[in-house]
Design a protein around this ligand. Structure first.
Ligand code: ATP
Ligand code: MG
Length: 736
């Protein structure tokens, strides 16, 4: 009975299970089936649909499309330019610069797209591919083994060769390459290993690499070269934009193989603005290299298995393993008249918001100094307009005179006054600010502008915030600009403000390059560095045009210590020094020139003869006075002779005081010093000396002009001139 129930229950359960299960299974499979059927139907429908036929573009259609692209590009660029113009010509320099930079980049990317589009049209793609054979022939006719390859083969038995093309290459061409490279290496008993690659980013053409040398005949290289040439093209007027666009499209349409040869290397490590690389087998010291991100650097260290370079800009985007390319030239800067009135960085890029620099020429920053036979003696004066200097430490054209002193003793002031005094004297001035505050440079520029001195001045500004590499090359860049003018027969005055900071920058670089450090942790070649720099100042012989570079390097001392390493170095390199004393400065004797420690070894030959005569005894008299004055602090009883020395000394010191920005013509300086040293100021109160000086100048400028001119041009101080001066001064005193 129980068993019967059990069986019935089981059967019921089974029936339910079968019924429900069948339904579920049916539902699952039904869904699938429906889906499959639907897809099959769709497929059938698609198959039934008529497929569109792509007709090849006719030439007119292509031209239309290309032209449309060009019009679009032109519009985009014009819009950009208008927005720059609307921004104003001389707005805030940094923003202005970035805008121009961006516009240029944008212009280029529009153009590049345009060209890439152009090559994707079948007509052009076919045409460019048909040139592969020609490109390859051109490459193979050029390949040679460099000395770097030979050196590599000495230590390794294979030289790697890569052939990269934009389109798949025919076997025939590959075989040709194989044969040619084998033949090339036959003579040196080496083997090659050929790799054939395809890279559509080349757009068209071929690239062949053997060892570190690349022979590049690709469209992308052509574009790169064009981009580079565009970096210096002005973008401020529509005319040039139109021209650029035209040039660009023409170039793309008429693309013919042109082989660019360069060497490649690889970044090993980057840190603190220093990059170590390998490859670049034939690189030279001082050569420029370019990283993939566009940043540049300069080679400063060549070792057997690695090359060290300093990076000019930001090094954050340079990655280990990325490519480095040799630019093929020593670091150089733009030179010429177009730089006058401009503020540029260490590489000669304008940073003054006055736009594009229309230079025609560049010059390497390192250059051989003129040989002894190419030089003429220093024989014409370089007036500073500062009485104490022109009288006591006269500077001649082609001389190197050091300005040395503690901080805040008026070193920069002397240099700036000297620049201002060159107005109308046909001398070009270059002020190299190394590691100075940006505000200070801006102030100097403003001052020079207001004095009308910017029109013959170039400022190279490398603020403290810029990299050590840029601070290091700044004075060399300045010298290159100066040399250009000197070899044209012009006179140049160059100020290095200051070389102490330059030495610190070089020390930083050297330590980062793991060079052994010497005295005060400076590298041993710091002396050579500065002598190499200052040796380039010269007065050229008449055969070479008679131009000159007068250099005023500035050195900052610590607590007046001129026997520290850098000061002694530069003192021994230069032809004299102007020593500024902080004690004198604080006493109010400004410019604070310490007469005892200042000297000019060659300038005397160039000094105005009258001034020379008048100031000959000045140095001893001032020294006597200083000594006596110090001594007399302790006593009050003075005999007449001592009193006379003290009186005249006091007036002389007073007469040598001078404010900033008031250069005094040479003849007036001479007359003043003549008057004071001949005792014409004896009866004048010390407090009245300033008025005495001013009125004396006025008197000679208005009433005795011809006499002043006579003093200026006189060959010597003869009796008649002395008489005339005596008479004029007596007349002046009677009125004073
Ligand atoms: P630093 O070490 O900071 O470079 P420096 O030695 O170049 O200083 P300056 O900047 O030329 O010194 O001058 C320091 C200060 O002295 C400035 O405020 C300047 O105006 C003042 N000064 C310099 N020369 C004179 C002068 N002849 N008459 C009056 N003031 C002067
Ligand atoms: Mg200074």
């Amino acid at each position: 009975m129980e068993i019967q129930y059990v069986i019935i229950n089981f059967i019921i359960l089974l029936t339910i299970l079968v019924l429900v299960g069948r339904k579920t299974v049916k539902r699952i499979f039904g869904d699938r089936l429906e889906k499959i059927n639907k897809e099959l139907d769709e497929a059938e429908e698609i198959e039934k649909m008529e497929m569109p036929v792509f007709e090849p573009y006719t030439e007119e259609i292509v031209d239309d499309i290309v032209n449309e692209d060009i019009v679009k590009a032109q519009e985009a660029v014009e819009e950009k330019i208008n927005s720059i113009k609307a921004f104003g010509e001389r707005e805030h320099s940094e923003i202005h610069r970035t805008m121009i930079e961006n516009a240029r980049k944008e212009l280029f990317s529009v153009m590049k797209e345009n060209v890439i589009n152009l090559f994707s049209y079948e007509k052009y793609a076919k045409e460019i591919k048909s040139l592969d054979g020609q490109v390859l022939d051109a490459i193979l006719s050029q390949i040679t083994l460099t000395s770097g390859d030979m050196a590599y083969l000495k230590h390794h038995d294979v030289l790697y060769v890569t052939l990269t093309s934009a389109f798949p290459l025919e076997k025939e061409l590959v075989d040709k390459v194989d044969e040619a490279t084998k033949k090339l290496l036959e003579t040196v008993d080496g083997k090659t290993s050929l790799w054939v690659l395809e890279d559509s980013s080349l757009i068209g053409g071929l690239k062949f690499r053997i060892g570190d040398t690349v022979y590049d005949g690709t469209v992308s290289e052509e574009l790169y070269q064009f981009e580079k040439s565009m970096n210096h093209a002005p973008i401020m007027d529509d005319d040039t934009v139109g021209r650029l666009i035209q040039e660009f499209t023409e170039k793309a349409e008429e693309f013919r193989p042109q082989i660019h040869k360069y060497q490649l290397g690889r970044v090993m490590t980057v840190s603190d603005g220093i990059c170590w690389m390998d490859g670049l087998a034939d690189i030279m010291y001082g050569e420029v290299v370019e990283f993939e991100c566009g940043e540049r650097g300069m080679v400063l260290d060549i070792q057997q298995n690695r090359i060290g370079c300093v990076i000019f800009g930001e090094f954050e985007h340079i990655e280990a393993g990325s490519r480095v390319r040799r630019v093929g030239r020593i670091a150089s800067v733009p030179v010429g008249e177009c730089l006058l009135g401009r503020v540029v960085d260490a590489l000669g890029n304008p940073i003054d918001a006055m736009g594009y620099l229309p230079y025609k020429e560049r010059r390497p920053i390192e250059f051989k100094a003129p040989a002894i036979l190419d030089r003429a003696p220093v024989n014409s004066p370089m007036h500073t307009g500062i009485k104490a200097i022109d009288a006591l430490v006269p500077i001649g054209k082609g001389q190197r005179e050091l300005i040395i002193g503690d901080r805040q003793t008026g070193k920069t002031a002397i240099a700036v006054d000297t620049i201002i005094n060159q107005k109308g004297k046909d001398t070009i001035c270059i002020y190299v600010a190394i590691g100075q505050k940006e505000t200070l440079v801006a102030e100097i520029r403003e001052k020079l502008e207001s004095k009308g001195a910017m029109e013959y001045t170039i400022i190279i500004a490398v603020p403290a915030s810029s990299s050590a590499a840029l601070q290091y090359i700044a004075p060399f860049s300045g010298s290159a600009m100066a040399e250009h003018f000197m070899y044209e027969g012009k006179d140049v005055l160059i100020v290095f403000d200051d070389l102490s900071k330059h030495a610190v920058a070089y020390r930083e670089l050297s330590l980062l390059l793991h060079r052994p450090s010497g005295r005060e942790a400076y590298p041993g070649d710091i002396f050579y560095l500065h002598s190499r720099l200052l040796e380039r100042a010269a007065h050229l012989s008449d055969d070479l045009g008679g131009g000159s570079i007068t250099a005023l390097p500035i050195i900052e001392t610590l607590a007046g210590d001129i026997s520290a390493y850098i000061p002694t170095n530069v003192i021994s390199i230069t032809d004299g020094q102007i020593f500024l004393d902080s004690e004198l400065f604080n006493e109010g004797q400004r410019p604070a020139i310490n007469v005892g420690l200042s000297v000019s070894r060659v300038g005397g030959a160039a000094q105005n003869p009258v001034m020379k005569k008048v100031s000959s005894s000045l140095r001893t008299r001032l020294a006597q006075y200083r000594e006596l004055a110090e001594f007399m602090q302790f006593g009050s009883d003075v005999d007449d002779a001592t009193k006379a020395t003290l009186d005249s000394g006091k007036r002389l010191t007073e007469a040598l005081k001078q404010g900033r920005f008031v250069p005094i013509p040479d003849e007036l300086q001479t007359i003043l010093i003549f008057a004071v040293s001949e005792g014409y100021a004896k009866s004048v109160d010390v407090q009245d000396m300033e008025r005495f000086e001013k009125e004396l100048y006025n008197f000679f400028k208005t009433e005795k002009e011809s006499l002043a001119v006579k003093v200026k041009n006189a060959r010597k101080l003869d009796e008649t001139l002395r008489d005339e001066l005596d008479r004029a001064l007596a007349e002046f005193l009677a009125r004073f």
